[in-house]
Design a protein around this ligand. Structure first.
Ligand code: AQP
Length: 328
């Protein structure tokens, strides 16, 4: 089992990134060969301030470590440090059709918000396919929002194999049952997202306890006062219950029983304290890591070296299979 996943340094990581992705990364490192990258090239699909992007790249890497990924067991690296990602992204882009990319809902959502859209934003799924196939990954832990991109990756792997000979395993998505789609605290019909303009919509992993409490206190709820898990009729409260279930390691059924006769205020209070307790150890480790930037750089260097060796191996096969002439 070889696992690859990544997170964009497009802002501060939030509970959705943690519960949908990062937490799974930590669990997987004992069961599989794991590669986790900070996908900075993906972040560039929308405009970034260069200094902020560099800062964010280091912050995401430090949160990988702080969350418990052990660089002795898993490679942690920055996507742009392995140039083969961009090369394979181009080659897979040549296999991918305009229609396929146009159907991607994330593209439609993100493009819909903007006046002008980069070619990179449109081609994002081809680069994501390259990230995965470059390492011949068998499994990809992601949140539910990435399901469609992963389907395209699977199609591209199969298409490449059919046209050019068996080269890539067709990777499977690993999507958690609960927490796979953490919703915005301000609009339960939208996912929690780094780039939402409203900071109250997300709890960031490095928010102070007071910020966490304040954001949860003003989270939207639903009409009628009963606390129950019913995503269709009570999307906001169901989202709060799901986060609480994960943060406190209780089942939704247990929580539902516990909150019979209690109000939203109590649920929010309990949720805030559970999230503060969940983030506290992670934040303490992240503070230590930020004080040791050389250590972080060394981890990223070591990860890139390992990733690069695997990537070079795949690219030799890919170039030959596609008919590219070797340089010598
Ligand atoms: N709300 C979410 N619930 C569960 N999982 C989520 N993920 C993201 N949002 C949620 C998962 O986190 C991983 C990294 O995501 P990404 O950085 O590659 O990009 P994204 O999916 O587009 O995440 P964001 O936070 O919404 O970033 P922006 O706003 O920059 O687009 C992925 O595994 C994703 O599924």
């Amino acid at each position: 089992m070889r696992v690859l996943s990544g997170i964009q340094p497009s802002g501060h990581l939030h509970l959705g990134n943690y519960l949908g992705a990062l937490r799974q990364f930590v669990d997987l490192q004992d069961r599989a060969q794991c590669l986790f990258c900070v996908v900075d090239l993906h972040a560039l699909t929308v405009r970034q301030d260069p200094a902020a992007l560099r800062q964010s790249t280091l912050e995401v890497a430090s949160l990988y470590l702080a969350a418990g990924i052990d660089p002795q067991r898993a490679a942690i690296f920055v996507q742009s440090h392995v140039p083969e990602h961009a090369e394979l992204g181009w080659l897979l882009g040549c296999l991918c059709t305009f229609g396929e990319l146009q159907r991607m809902t994330q593209f439609k959502d993100k493009a819909g918000e903007r006046e002008s859209v980069s070619l990179g934003l449109f081609a994002y799924p081809a680069l994501m396919a390259a990230d995965i196939l470059l390492y011949r990954a068998s499994h990809v832990p992601v949140g539910d929002d990435q399901r469609q991109h992963l389907e395209l990756t699977r199609d591209l792997a199969a298409r490449f194999n059919a046209r050019h000979g068996e080269t890539f395993p067709v990777p499977a998505a690993l999507i958690g049952a609960v927490g796979a789609r953490v919703m915005s605290l301000q609009n339960p019909h939208e996912k929690m997202s780094k780039s939402s303009p409203d900071p109250r919509s997300r709890v960031e992993l490095l928010d102070t306890p007071d910020q966490v409490r304040a954001k949860i206190r003003v989270a939207v709820t639903d009409s009628e006062r009963e606390i129950r898990h019913d995503p269709e009729h009570k999307p906001a409260v169901s989202n709060l219950l799901e986060i609480l279930a994960l943060a406190s390691s209780q089942s939704l059924a247990e929580l539902q029983e516990h909150y019979v006769g209690l109000g939203y205020g109590r649920l929010k209070q309990d949720l805030a304290e559970a999230v503060v307790a969940l983030l506290e150890p992670l934040q303490a480790r992240q503070r230590e890591l930020s004080a040791a930037p050389d250590h972080l750089r060394a981890v990223l260097g070591q990860g890139a070296e390992l990733a690069h060796a695997l990537a070079e191996d795949t690219m030799r096969d890919v170039r030959t299979a596609m008919g590219l002439l070797t340089a010598r």
